[in-house]
Design a protein around this ligand. Structure first.
Ligand code: NDP
Ligand code: MG
Length: 369
């Protein structure tokens, strides 16, 4: 039996991770749960899974677990707990510090969070190598690429990510400035947390994923294509111009399950086999209306702290948009402004990233008052 620690257990990925664990009661035992402030759901999860350790950003009365609370609760938990598999599904840069504690354990990290690896760059992959930690991607595109690369890691020409395009890509005559938070958090093919839903609508999500893929697979040749049905999850093109792709109906539990069971592949009755009666379509990106992936590619080329500025400014922008302080189209404006006013630093530490987060956040929040 393998022990599992779930960071972000009350979120979309966390809840689906626990669904996977429920399907394999003899294979996995949950030993730790880390949540934000949804203590009602956390209490239900504790009653069902009886973990030894819990962390939450809010006050919490546990039945029997050792509890860490406060903004650094997840980091303290990460330091204390040991497990065979750590699922990292805290959203945003809040995952950074706990992730760095987890990476030092030399175990498996099923990585859903993308902001930390985008911001911290090679520091994450270098530390993983140093401690012998295995990073298995959970993000569906990266899980697909990881699976395509299983047989052959050499001779890769290009990684091609697919993008559904989000809820507004095909609405050509829509004035994007009129999009409200309620409209933006409804995704056509995936049911996800609020921040990543807005990121999918602006296409910043694809930008983050381009950088994430470059970090995970050690190649800067990463491109994307719009594929509205979300059946092909991503592709790898090899030097003989053949392409491998991974297909299934969209279902995050497949990617989560694979990250837990790898190198084995287990049954999943929750997903129907693809029936081939459906047409698959591909559309070239429109980078005039949705410039975010193009800006991300430029950040990847610039290197240093450029990807971190992109990710941090987006997180600030999404927060301001969700609290109705800015328009949907201002999110990209904030990213561009942050990139123009912040110098790109070549050598940086995790502490510097946290500082940068405070600086960028304060700058834009102050200018909104
Ligand atoms: P959600 O917003 O649904 O969940 C986020 C989780 O993180 C919640 O459990 C939340 O707790 C917890 N959390 C937030 N802040 C803190 C903190 N400071 N300390 C501890 N826990 C915290 O997000 P998703 O599940 O959608 O996404 C999680 C990550 O996975 C993101 O980085 C996203 O980009 C990535 N991802 C998600 C996909 C999806 O389909 N949802 C697909 C691919 C990647 P609480 O709710 O209790 O406040
Ligand atoms: Mg994805």
């Amino acid at each position: 039996m393998k022990t599992v620690a779930v960071f972000g257990s009350t979120g979309s990925i966390g809840v689906q991770t626990l669904n996977v664990v429920r399907r394999f009661p003899h294979a996995y035992k949950v030993v730790a749960l880390a949540a934000g402030n949804n203590t009602a759901l956390l209490a239900e999860q504790e009653a069902e899974f009886s973990p030894d350790y819990i962390s939450t950003t809010a006050a919490y009365n546990s039945i029997s677990a050792r509890v860490f609370t406060g903004t650094d609760g997840a980091e303290k938990l990460a330091e204390e707990v040991d497990a065979d598999i750590f699922v990292m599904a805290i959203s945003g840069l809040a995952a950074l510090s706990p992730l760095f504690k987890i990476i030092k354990k030399g175990k498996r990290v099923a990585l859903a969070n993308k902001e930390a690896i985008v911001c911290a760059g090679d520091i994450v992959t270098d530390e993983a190598k140093r401690y012998g930690t295995e990073i298995i991607p959970v993000d569906s595109e990266h899980s697909a690429v990881f699976q395509c690369l299983r047989e052959e890691r050499k001779n890769v020409k290009k990684v091609v990510l697919t993008a559904s395009g989000g809820p507004f890509y095909a609405c050509h005559s829509m004035d994007l400035r009129q999009i409200t938070p309620e409209m933006a958090i409804k995704h056509p093919t995936w049911n996800m947390g609020r921040k990543i839903s807005v990121d999918s609508a602006t296409m910043v999500n694809k930008g983050l994923e381009i950088i994430e893929a470059a970090r995970l697979f050690g190649t800067s040749n990463v491109d994307y294509i719009i594929h509205p049905e979300s059946i092909i999850h991503s592709m790898v093109e090899f030097n003989d111009n053949s392409t491998l792709a991974l297909m299934s109906y969209p279902n995050m539990e497949l990617a989560i399950q694979y990250a837990l069971t790898y190198p084995e592949r287990e049954k999943n009755d929750g997903v129907k086999p693809f029936d081939f009666k459906k047409n698959l379509t591909f559309v070239l990106p429109d980078e005039i209306r949705f410039p975010a992936p193009k800006i991300a590619k430029e950040c990847l080329r610039l290197g240093g702290t450029a990807p971190a500025i992109y990710s941090i400014a987006d997180e600030v922008g999404v927060g301001l948009f969700l609290s109705k302080k800015i328009k949907f189209t201002d999110i990209c404006g904030i990213i561009e402004e942050a990139l123009s006013i912040n110098e790109i630093e070549r050598d940086f530490s995790i502490e510097r990233l946290k500082e940068l987060d405070r600086e960028i956040s304060q700058y834009f929040r102050r200018s909104m008052d």
